[in-house]
Design a protein around this ligand. Structure first.
Ligand code: PA5
Length: 407
């Protein structure tokens, strides 16, 4: 991995505040075996895995699956993973049930607390659907991923006899992609989860111990310095459309970890080239409040060569023989130069190849950098009191309304 900084700031090269990293979880051989066995079973018996979860319980798997899946023909994927419980749209759930009709389905409910309203409601509906459709066999098709001992979902799983996976108690949702919460959905699509974990392990090694200037630390310090200079928005950008849900995962990771006590960078995301022709105007010439972090994978499979034409009617023969990806890479450099000239500092994160190993590496790198960043801001990267506040208020309102309706 290469990290280059083209920003007009000084990188501070020492950090004596590396935080406790025990919030990362190394999966055991037995857990991995169980995940692979259940994934095989799902591949053999289902076309759809419906993951019910919200926030950290689904953003990680969705990011990895999208980054590593083909755009159009997904027929080679073991199973299609779709999601519920990430919204409360009745229309979404209604159409989802219609979509599931005639397809073989497994369900994986993922909730660390076991009591989050959105997935809990979706599961209530889907449980009924599965029982109606599969009768007693629905038990085999519903898998619960939750805390080892606490929560209502854990109780339901025990009472109903569902198979269970554990999210370790010291790991919060947005750090859980390397636990069964991320790994089971990822595995059913045929992504090599061992390679994914190997990438994470290497990132852990590369950013560990007394390495006073590793990439995660440089990135964390860079964004902190920019923040202190008044750049209050970080734009994560890439030129590969398959990464758009990796952006979403990153946004949640940094937003929920850092945005508290009235501090933190606002994490925002853009997908290029699309957004160059939309929000690009603002980035180039709007309020000077943002810096940009560009992710680039040097090698992506199935590139295309630009053909020469005899008449050169569109005047593009000067690009003939070049690969689309190489043009995409140059466009990235052009964008970086233009944005820097326009007063937007640019940080570049360059990865060799878009594959399971490097996506695992990159996600671990971001998790590590996020924890360091939060420690620089002196906030706790592992809690989310603001999210809990909304959950409490919503339940309060719903309960009050229920009392009024009864009266
Ligand atoms: O990152 C987090 O901790 C949150 O985004 C949670 O994942 C989200 O609120 C869902 O919580 P739970 O898994 O308890 O249902």
């Amino acid at each position: 991995m290469m990290l280059t900084f083209n920003s007009p700031i000084q990188i501070i090269n020492s950090c004596n505040q590396i935080p406790d990293m025990s919030h990362y979880h190394e999966i055991s051989f037995n857990e991995l075996l169980k995940i692979n066995l259940v994934a095989e079973e799902i591949k053999n018996n289902a076309q759809i895995l419906l993951v019910i979860g919200v926030g950290g319980s689904f953003l990680g798997s969705r990011a990895v699956i999208d980054a590593l899946s083909p755009y159009f023909d997904q027929s080679d994927l073991g199973v299609k993973v779709i999601y519920a419980g990430q919204n409360m749209s009745g229309a979404y759930l209604n159409q989802l049930l219609a979509y599931l009709h005639n397809k073989e389905v497994y369900v994986n409910v993922i909730s660390k607390s076991g009591s989050t309203m959105e997935p809990a409601l979706a599961f209530r509906l889907i449980k009924k659907y599965m029982e109606k459709r599969y009768g007693a066999f629905s038990k085999n098709r519903i898998i619960i991923t939750t805390d080892a001992t606490n929560g209502i979902l854990k109780q339901v799983a025990d009472i109903e006899g569902y198979r269970q996976f554990v999210i370790p108690s010291n790991i919060g949702g947005r750090y859980s992609v390397f636990t069964p919460a991320g790994l089971l959905p990822i595995a059913v699509t045929g992504v090599d989860i061992e390679e994914f974990l190997n990438g994470a392990k290497q990132a852990d090694t590369d950013t560990n111990g007394d390495t006073s200037n590793h990439a995660a630390q440089q990135y964390a310090f860079t964004r902190y310095e920019l923040y202190k200079q008044g750049y209050s928005v970080e734009l994560l950008a890439s030129f590969e459309p398959r990464l758009s849900n990796l952006h979403e995962w990153w946004k949640q990771l940094f937003g929920e970890s850092e945005g508290k006590e009235y501090k933190g960078l606002y994490p925002s995301t853009v997908n290029y080239s699309t957004d160059l022709h939309a929000i690009g105007q603002f980035i180039q010439e709007g309020s000077r409040i943002m810096f940009e972090t560009l992710i680039h994978f040097e090698e992506v499979e199935a590139d295309m060569e630009i053909p020469f034409t005899i008449d050169d009617i569109d005047g593009l023969n000067y690009l003939g023989g070049r690969s689309m990806n190489s043009i995409n890479a140059i466009s990235k450099d052009g964008v970086a130069l233009a944005h820097e000239e326009g007063g937007v500092p640019v940080v570049k994160i360059v990865m060799p190849k878009l594959d399971a190993y490097h996506v695992g590496y990159l996600m671990f790198f971001f998790m590590k950098a996020c924890v360091i960043s939060a420690s620089l801001l002196e906030v706790n990267p592992f809690d989310q009191p603001g999210v809990e506040a909304y959950k409490r208020k919503m339940v309060e309102l719903l309960k009050n309304e229920a009392v009024l309706v009864k009266e």
